[in-house]
Design a protein around this ligand. Structure first.
Ligand code: NCD
Ligand code: ZN
Ligand code: ZN
Length: 377
């Protein structure tokens, strides 16, 4: 629901709210937006000190999060996923109801039996495919999906367990800006033709090719997560005024026309696109060095940034489906029953967050954002 404080109005009336006759900002009226509590369908919580530092940020905004398994060593077994979940629960703020949904890291050697165990555990919700060498901690990933993983994928169909995909080829001869498109053409499309019943999420999409591909697939079986950075930034942001390591993530930011296609897709109301921040913290020195890590830390600002995108597109009425409905509907999970409120009240993003082993720099550090998350009434 969107309301100007004191004058409640429904989301469907937002066009009216934006009209000249009713201009809350001009009149100094504060707008609020109350959403069913969102979930984050793609995040990296890390482990050790960093885990402790970042979990409160995700837990304050999101009801649940799909927790990526690319630790060192990776979370390849149900037993490891259960242990990792325990360590997340231990560092949750007092009174938090945040529910981490665990994933398994697929390797050439994952067995169908492991998928059965994962399903039986009740805490593993998906399996993550990292093509070996594609991204951070992916060296133990899959080298040949068709040659090595078909029995496991068939068991995943049996167990109704989604496959989450980092969709980039790793061939060094393929231009880094083309790796997503080539992955779709050479791996994803043939995979879906071979296993049409497989539930699949293409993670952190970055191109119009990915948008078209998702839209061409079955609505109930294929979907995509979308990050704030791929909705707000294009590849110019990597070089604006000098090299910008904190805007470097994988898949790398693409040209403006791709960004626009992704904004159109998420604001269209399609159920196949949902919130996945890909929040990926790295200690500052590991980003600001001669060979910096890929990953943008956006958990504290993600919701404000998604609201910014939808507002700019004149589509705030579509925000809640993207943040809070499409994800659980795709995963076959109930929608959250609590809410979160965003107030249109400028706030400054901290320059950094310190923790025991250093600091992390959030996306849009030091900048002012319009939408401030506040506790729901
Ligand atoms: N997105 C990134 O740039 N980095 C992620 C890995 C990933 O999601 O590919 C990380 O774990 O740091
Ligand atoms: Zn990835
Ligand atoms: Zn990720």
């Amino acid at each position: 629901m969107i309301k100007a404080l004191g004058f409640p109005c429904k989301v469907s009336a937002y066009a009216f709210c934006k009209s000249e006759a009713y201009h809350p900002r001009k009149k100094g009226i504060t707008m609020e937006l109350t959403l069913t509590r969102p979930d984050d369908w793609h995040t990296h919580l890390r482990d050790g000190d960093l885990l402790e530092a970042v979990v409160p940020h995700s837990a304050s905004l999101f009801g649940r999060a799909i927790v990526m398994p690319n630790l060192k060593p990776p979370v390849t077994t149900t037993a490891a996923a259960v242990a990792y979940r325990e360590s997340i629960l231990k560092v949750l703020p007092f009174n938090s109801n945040f529910n981490p949904l665990m994933t398994l890291y697929l390797t050439d050697n994952t067995s169908p039996e492991e998928i059965k165990l994962a399903r039986r555990s009740g805490v593993v919700y998906a399996v993550k495919l990292y093509p070996a060498g594609a991204t951070t901690n992916s060296q133990d990933g899959v080298t040949d999906i068709f040659g090595k993983c078909l029995p496991v994928l068939e068991e995943m169909i049996e167990q109704n367990m989604p496959l989450l995909v980092h969709g980039e080829v790793t061939d060094p001869n393929v231009d880094v800006f083309d790796r997503e498109k080539v992955f779709i053409d050479t791996i994803l499309r043939p995979l879906i033709q071979r296993l049409p019943q497989l539930k699949l999420v293409m993670e952190h999409i970055t191109t119009m090719d990915a948008v078209k591909f998702i839209e061409s697939c079955s609505e109930s079986n294929v979907a995509a997560t979308v990050t704030p950075q791929h909705l707000l930034l294009n590849r110019n942001s990597l070089f604006q005024g000098g090299l910008q390591p904190h805007n470097y993530c994988l898949p790398v930011l693409k040209r403006e026309s791709h960004r626009q296609a992704i904004v159109s897709a998420v604001t269209s109301g399609s159920k196949q696109f949902f919130l996945g921040t890909d929040s990926a913290p790295h200690e500052r020195q590991r980003k600001e060095c001669s060979c910096g890590c890929a990953g943008i830390y956006n958990a504290p600002v993600a919701l404000s940034l998604y609201a910014k995108v939808f507002e700019k597109a004149g589509a705030l009425d579509k925000l809640e489906a993207f943040t809070s409905f499409n994800g659980p509907d795709f995963y076959g999970l109930p929608r959250n029953t609590t809410t979160i409120t965003l107030r249109r009240s400028p706030w400054k993003v901290p320059e950094s967050y310190s923790y025991a082993s250093g600091e992390i720099i959030p996306m849009f550090a030091g900048q002012t954002l319009e939408w401030l998350p506040v506790a729901s009434p």
